[in-house]
Design a protein around this ligand. Structure first.
Ligand SMILES: Cc1cc2nc3c(=O)[nH]c(=O)nc-3n(C[C@H](O)[C@H](O)[C@H](O)COP(=O)(O)O)c2cc1C
Length: 201
């Protein structure tokens, strides 16, 4: 970080770590990912913004071999091997009951919790903002010097029954986390260029 009083910008090495050089890992080394590392990741991710500070993301660390097996059962074929062997798999889910926290998390607006009484609006807000937080989580993993392998190739209904029976949580993305192993990368695909994406009006 170039820390002057008026110019704050990530240096190129940090930009590379988060974006240019960062890749999606498909194989991992055996090096464990500790709870302290996950706590450090969350301590970054929690500061990234959500609408009305709703913070609907919930994170399940799938650690025991038995729990991992229960998760792998619901992964699509191509995602099973890497999810079995990653040092850590994480289920990222949304909590549609996020509004219960608004009196403490958005205290200057007394009507915040009541504003989400309506169920469709609450679920939509929860999903939208949790997906934003999924993106922040991937960058948080990279910021911690680890690699992420996000996956939506799984039976979400099956995972919800398996892990969230009796709760309202809904799974969105499973992310494998760790240091890259051998043959971790698929070929890097191109990215759309500025002119293909950006218009000025
Ligand atoms: C939300 C999300 C879901 C993904 N689902 C899968 C998946 O189910 N299986 C898989 O092998 N890769 C999956 N990917 C990996 C993407 O294909 C990969 O991140 C993208 O092609 C960029 O690869 P790169 O980071 O190596 O350039 C997913 C990525 C994201 C962000």
């Amino acid at each position: 970080m170039q820390a002057t009083t008026d110019v704050l910008e990530l240096d190129k090495t940090a930009q590379d770590l988060l974006f240019r050089e960062a890749r999606t890992a498909n194989a991992f080394s055996a090096e464990p990912v500790s709870d302290d590392q996950v706590a450090a990741i969350y301590d970054l991710v929690k500061y990234a913004p959500t609408s009305m500070n709703v913070q609907p993301l919930r994170i399940v660390l799938v650690r025991t071999p038995e729990a991992r097996e229960r998760l792998v059962r619901h992964m699509s074929e191509g995602n099973k091997a890497k999810t079995s062997t990653a040092p850590l798999s994480v289920i990222l889910a949304y909590d549609p009951e996020f509004h219960e926290h608004l009196p403490t998390q958005f205290p200057h607006f007394a009507g915040a919790q009541a504003a989400f009484k309506d169920q469709p609006r609450r679920f939509e807000t929860a999903k939208f903002n949790a997906l934003l937080q999924v993106g922040y989580f991937i960058l948080g993993v990279r910021a911690a010097g680890l690699a992420a392998g996000p996956m939506t190739g799984f039976d979400a209904e099956g995972v919800d029954k398996e892990f969230f029976a009796g709760s309202d949580l809904k799974s969105l993305v499973v992310v494998n986390v760790g240091r890259p192993g051998e043959n971790a990368w698929f070929p890097r695909n191109p990215r759309l260029e500025f002119d293909q994406v950006v218009q000025t009006v």
